[in-house]
Design a protein around this ligand. Structure first.
Ligand SMILES: [Zn+2]
Length: 154
């Protein structure tokens, strides 16, 4: 992992602080373009997420503290998909109590069972299309009756 990615790994996702923005897959490119200037390309996970607006500021601030001036470019195409999230991030999500999206799944596959992060049961139901944030839906397990968040695929 290069130095820039190491720095970027220090920035947590604004909504799910256990995951950093590199694991989440929103950092598309990070390179030095001159001796103390870096160019960072990010693709927001969800354009309607207000939290995404803070990431650019966080990057600029962190790099400034490390003596690098960062130029952040937001690229919205190709769109971020949950497939860009690495396996480590998926594990952390599950430990955090949020069911991670299955690889290759998307919103059109609504029949894909959402496993309960606590007991692993697939017998779950959606109780709210929008959970604590726009990016998550709230489900409830019919087995252990625990409510849980599902990170929506898109
Ligand atoms: Zn359960």
């Amino acid at each position: 992992m290069n130095h820039l990615l190491e720095l970027l790994s220090q920035i947590p996702d604004p909504e799910i602080p256990v995951i950093n923005i590199v694991e989440l897959g929103i950092v598309r490119d990070a390179k030095m373009i001159s001796e103390n200037e870096a160019e960072i390309v990010i693709t927001p996970t969800y354009s309607a997420c207000p939290a995404m607006f803070n990431i650019e500021e966080d990057i600029i601030k962190l790099f400034r503290e490390n003596g690098i001036s960062a130029k952040v470019i937001t690229k919205i195409s190709p769109v971020w998909t949950t497939d860009w999230m690495n396996d480590e991030a998926r594990e952390k999500l599950r430990d955090y109590g949020i069911t991670p999206p299955e690889k290759g799944a998307n919103e059109n596959h609504l029949n894909v069972p959402k496993k309960c992060p606590r007991c692993g049961s697939e017998n779950t139901r959606e109780i709210s299309r929008f959970g604590s944030t726009l990016c998550k839906a709230t489900y409830q397990c019919n087995n252990c009756l625990e409510p849980f968040d599902y990170f929506k695929c898109h």
